[in-house]
Design a protein around this ligand. Structure first.
Ligand code: FAD
Length: 362
């Protein structure tokens, strides 16, 4: 289904083509209208990535000159409290799909509900967060709609000549960047991980903003899974950390050094995949292509080589300081301040200075 079309250096443009399935698409491309963002919610609380996608969706919708809709699925009680918040995030329209079967996320009812909304309203573009549930829903839905899905985009744009959505993804282990578009099938679907885009400021309510409930029909056949209990792991959210100290292979397991630094400067600890694979840090602290995308004001990379699969995760950091013994390490290509030295010589006196300053401040 995906065919390489053009090669420009390290960038490959790919197009989704499936003529055999084109006739099974729910509507032709020219009938797709508007840009939708699915706002994932649990128990009446929005997932942050929905806000981030609405911010980006606003820019894309404005570039296309089409309306931006926020789509909420859930039960009546949960959604009632979210309409105002969705309106304040800059959508032109809030579309509601309500049913008691949507009280908790499960694949089948959510797929059936979104499938019905899409077929009824015919959006040109549908964006979802690449959360556990967003990935689950997007994949199932794309198959049901016979359309293409560009998963885990690191950026989204509109192709000026065609008005097509272009999703940028890291392909083949990060060795190439692929620009993927879906010219024939609708809706054009993409998922984006939390932290890739910034959250928009709230209180952007559009003067003509409207709220509409779309009728959906769900029955017993749509409910094959019964959720008995939902246990939420209280993990850390690196996407919201104002500062991150990242440890890599150069730390040789001495994570206490960067834990102390993180505590002193009020930062979170992050890790490269090498550090995680070695068992020095838990998986939830991994930053990068297969970890978390962070956007802190400050990132300090200690003993990190700067592989592209890592640096994609700190692209949005305002300032990067890197400590590495190797002056040729690629981390210095993305660093604002470079410390070419042994971190075991640099960090202990820095920690001593910071502790001294902290004592002086008490
Ligand atoms: C599909 C795919 C997905 C991936 N996803 C991710 C991802 O999400 N996140 C990620 O991090 N990686 C990811 N990787 C792995 C990535 O390619 C690199 O292997 C990894 O980022 C390297 O980690 P590192 O820089 O900590 O370790 P190393 O490559 O071992 O580098 C250690 C660095 O520390 C420096 N150093 C050594 N000793 C010292 C010292 N005493 N003082 C200062 N500096 C020192 C060295 O000069 C070196 O540059 C992925 C790979 C693939 C194929």
């Amino acid at each position: 289904m995906v065919q390489a079309e053009e090669r420009k250096g390290m960038t490959t443009t790919t197009r989704l083509r499936s003529p055999a399935l084109a006739g099974r698409s729910p509507y032709p491309p020219e009938e797709g209208r508007g840009l939708w963002v699915w706002l994932e919610q649990h128990d009446g609380v929005l997932e942050g990535v929905g806000r981030e996608l609405l911010g980006k969706g606003r820019m894309l919708a404005d570039a296309l000159g089409v309306p931006l809709a926020a789509v909420l699925l859930g039960n009546r009680q949960h959604l009632a409290g979210l309409v105002e918040e969705a309106l304040s995030l800059g959508a032109d329209e809030v579309l509601l799909g309500m049913d008691p079967l949507l009280s908790r996320y499960t694949t089948e009812p959510y797929t059936a509900a979104m499938d019905q909304l899409v077929r009824a309203e015919r959006p040109a573009i549908l964006l979802l967060g690449a959360t556990y549930d967003g990935r689950d829903l997007a994949g199932r839905l794309a198959v049901r709609l016979y359309t293409g899905l560009t998963a885990d985009c690191t950026d989204l744009s509109i192709e000026p000549e065609t008005g097509l959505l272009v999703g940028r993804v890291a392909g083949f282990g990060g060795g190439i960047e692929a620009l993927i578009k879906c010219p024939v099938h609708r809706p054009q679907m993409a998922t984006v991980r939390p932290g890739v885009f910034a959250s928009p400021a709230t209180s952007h309510q559009r003067p003509q903003a409207a709220v509409r409930e779309i009728a959906i029909q769900l029955g017993a056949a749509d409910r094959r899974v019964h959720v008995l209990e939902r246990v939420v792991h209280e993990g850390i959210d690196l996407t919201r950390a104002p500062a991150v100290v990242v440890g890599g292979g150069g730390l040789r397991g001495d994570f206490h050094l960067i834990e102390d630094l993180a505590t002193l400067i009020d930062a979170e600890v992050g890790a490269t995949r090498v550090a995680v694979d070695q068992g020095w840090a838990p998986r939830e602290r991994q930053i990068g292509q297969t970890g978390t995308m962070v956007r802190p004001r400050l990132a300090i990379a200690c003993g990190v080589s700067g592989a592209s699969q890592f640096t994609v995760g700190i692209d949005a950091a305002e300032m990067v300081i890197a400590i590495n013994t190797d002056a040729e390490a690629p981390i210095f290509d993305v660093a604002d301040y470079a410390v070419v030295d042994d971190l075991f010589k640099v960090l202990p006196p820095l920690l001593a200075e910071l502790r001294q300053a902290e004592r002086g401040a008490v």
